[in-house]
Design a protein around this ligand. Structure first.
Ligand SMILES: C[S@@+](CC[C@H](N)C(=O)[O-])C[C@H]1O[C@@H](n2cnc3c(N)ncnc32)[C@H](O)[C@@H]1O
Length: 194
């Protein structure tokens, strides 16, 4: 089953129990959308496990169809709020990488407080990552990029790293493709959890 349905949403979830091989490193795709990035990563890296977190049920259904049609045994998706999943449901230090790719930008000033990269959520990201693991962030939104990099760079719990080399497989996401087609500038940042 691709969709994760915890028996108890108030007990810590053992991510190892979700995959055929629990020894593989776990990568989280926070707000994974339609799941193209997730599915391509899982197909490319069968020796890693991937868990997508998404709050829209239509997108969850699409990911389940995709993963089943491609017989990807290393993809799972959970229909839940990212903040809760990172801060409470998953065990501390479970993730080898967290991808936050094109999170909703909340472009209006009065809505900007909804943006995911904020001190509270950063604590959840830090908690879920193993020491030395990476947090990867991409956006097309200039103001969000400035704000988010400001928040994470100020944190003593993260160290900025250069973006991953071009030679490393890192597929374009569904939203990224839209913004590239529209001629928008994409910015990316990567940090290591201290
Ligand atoms: C702009 S889309 C980007 C999707 C995908 N990462 C991509 O780049 O194609 C943002 C996604 O995050 C999901 N999302 C936003 N806030 C969320 C939250 N708090 N918890 C889970 N999913 C969330 C939205 O439903 C949406 O699918």
């Amino acid at each position: 089953m691709v969709e994760v349905l915890p028996a108890n949403y108030f007990a810590e979830l053992d991510p190892g129990s979700l995959f055929p091989d629990s020894r593989h490193p776990l990568e989280l795709d926070v707000g994974c959308g339609d799941g193209t990035f997730l599915q391509r990563m899982a197909a490319h890296y069968p020796e890693r496990n991937f868990l997508g977190i998404e709050r829209l049920s239509g997108r969850i259904r699409r990911i389940c169809r995709l993963a089943a049609s491609q017989q990807l045994s290393n993809v799972r998706v959970i229909h839940l709020e990212s903040a809760y999943t990172l801060s409470w449901l998953l065990p501390a230090g479970c993730a080898s990488r967290i991808h936050l790719l094109f999170p909703d930008p909340w472009p209006k000033k009065r809505h900007a407080f909804h943006r995911f990269v904020a001190p509270d959520n950063l604590q959840g990201i830090h908690r879920a990552l193993a020491p030395g693991a990476d947090f990867l962030f991409k956006t097309d939104h200039e103001d969000y990029y400035t704000e988010a990099t400001g928040v994470v760079d100020l944190s003593p719990h993260f160290t900025r790293l250069p973006w991953i080399p071009d030679s490393e497989f890192y597929p374009v996401t569904d939203f990224e493709q839209q913004w590239l087609d529209a001629g928008k500038r994409i910015q990316a940042a990567r940090w290591q959890r201290v």
